[in-house]
Design a protein around this ligand. Structure first.
Ligand code: ARG
Length: 469
């Protein structure tokens, strides 16, 4: 069955093209949305007197029976061959209630239908992505809470820079993912409007109450312009951007942890469950879970790129190119959700080797800035202090010594005022951590403050998600 046979001579269709153009294999995932929208639409058609109440009743009963079937048979789509999910539903309805099924598509088009279903899908997907984000956020928060006393080298350019708390590090990713959640919620606000009633492009020619229909389907409002409503997919682009950025954040985290779990760092160790071995090298334990997250980021970014490219040259209004949006949307969201969930589990089972971090803190001259700052406090210009400490570092490197190992005599060659207090500053990365006591700094009390904020934030998010489920 097709929904458009009359205009055509009815000759043989090329099976290659049939297979090329079908979307049922993907959009069957929207079947419950299709049934829901159809049912609500039929009621509005009756209210607009385009159907009699008796016809509407039979149509609704037919749609309901399909829903029951679909819900009770996991494999309902098996063996079905049709152009798309809308065609399947209409054919199935005809089997259930006969020719009256042909009245289902009065005044509507698959163009406003698919736009409506995709938006409903997107709204639910944002909810489940939010839950996956919450899992990752809670895992990061617990890592921070459980390691408030652990300090580690902080890096810029991947070169040892200044000491930081491991909790501060974990919370940096909390902040990124928190903004991601906010971005998803922003996408949702803009996607939350009803296309149905837009018809193929110009608006339905039956007096459908679109406000009532929007309300019944749970949309915040009815789309104001029928051309826009049927042909734009900016909400898909936005969602894929939000997915991409989330994955970029996870990918950076993955990259860090891959490095930190390499024996050269040894700061963390992944649980066996989330690692894999080598078929050749018996000693290997590889962080494949994290490498895959990093790889999935590339995949989702590709989905975003294809979606944006899809729209750029399309004349208004609907074009069949738009059918490609589903592959991008479904895969982008599924991949982002799975990546968040795996990341959360990797984090929850991660071992933190604080002694390794502690040992590394005494290498790399992480307190060099603090020594220079102390010279500034003693009246020396920062530029001169920077120069002197740089020379001391150079000397230590040549002698293979840390700041703690250098003698006062040696140090005085570069910093004449070197004394016990400077030596203490140079060899106490913990003091360097505590000195960064500004809002957003790595001092313990500031990190504790971030934790309190993060606790409130996750509680709020949980409540918001709970209110929707
Ligand atoms: N499968 C199509 C899509 O996903 C449904 C709309 C088809 N509309 C049309 N006029 N051919 O976009």
């Amino acid at each position: 069955m097709t929904l458009w046979g009359g205009r055509f001579a009815g000759g043989r269709r090329d099976p290659l093209f049939e297979a090329f153009s079908e979307s049922f294999s993907l959009d069957q995932r929207l079947v419950l949305y299709d049934l829901r929208v159809n049912e609500a639409y039929v009621r509005q058609l009756a209210a607009a007197r385009a159907l009699t109440q008796a016809e509407a009743k039979r149509l609704v009963a037919g749609v309901e029976s399909i829903r029951r079937d679909v819900e009770s048979h996991g494999k309902w789509a098996k063996g079905a061959r049709c152009e798309d999910v809308h065609t399947w539903v209409e054919a199935r309805l005809e089997r259930a209630i006969g020719r009256l099924a042909g009245k289902l598509r009065t005044g509507r088009s698959r163009n406003d239908l698919i736009a409506t279903e995709t938006r409903l899908f997107a709204k639910d997907a944002v909810f489940s992505i939010g839950q996956a984000c919450l899992e990752a956020l809670e895992a990061l928060l617990d890592l921070a809470r459980g390691n408030l006393n652990v300090a580690m080298p902080g890096y810029t350019h991947l070169q040892p820079a200044q000491p930081i708390l491991f909790a501060h590090y974990a919370l940096a990713y909390f902040e990124m993912l928190w903004r991601d959640v906010d971005r998803f919620e922003g996408c949702l606000r803009r996607a939350d409007e009803l296309p149905m009633g837009a018809g193929a492009l110009a608006g339905a020619a039956f007096p459908i109450d679109r406000i009532a229909l929007a309300r019944e389907l749970g949309f915040a409002r009815a789309a104001r312009n029928s051309l826009d409503a049927t042909s734009d997919r900016d909400f898909v682009c936005e969602l894929l951007f939000a997915c991409s950025l989330t994955l970029v954040h996870l990918s950076r985290l993955a990259e860090d942890l891959i490095l930190y779990s390499s024996p050269a760092f040894g700061y963390v160790e992944l649980a066996d469950e989330y690692s894999t071995g080598s078929s050749l090298m018996p000693q290997k334990k590889n962080a494949d879970s994290l490498e895959l997250i990093r790889g999935k980021a590339a995949r989702v970014l590709g989905r975003l790129t294809s979606m944006v490219a899809l729209l750029k040259g399309l004349p208004l209004a609907y074009n069949r190119d738009l059918q490609e949006d589903k592959a991008a949307l479904f895969d982008g969201l599924d991949t982002a959700r799975a990546s968040l969930m795996v990341a959360a589990r990797v984090l929850r089972t991660l071992s933190i080797h604080s002694q390794k971090m502690e040992a590394a803190m005494h290498l790399g001259f992480l307190t060099a800035t603090d020594v220079a700052d102390e010279l500034v406090r003693r009246g020396i210009a920062f530029a001169a202090a920077h120069e002197a400490v740089g020379k001391l570092v150079r000397h230590c490197l040549a002698e293979s010594k840390t700041f703690a190992e250098v003698s006062a005599e040696e140090a005085r060659r570069f910093i004449p005022t070197w004394d016990k207090s400077l030596a203490r500053i140079a060899s106490s990365p913990q003091l360097a951590v505590e000195r960064r006591n500004v809002i957003g700094g790595t001092a313990r009390s500031q990190v504790a403050r971030q934790i309190r904020w993060a606790e409130r934030a996750t509680r709020d998010l949980k409540r918001r998600l709970g209110a929707r489920s």
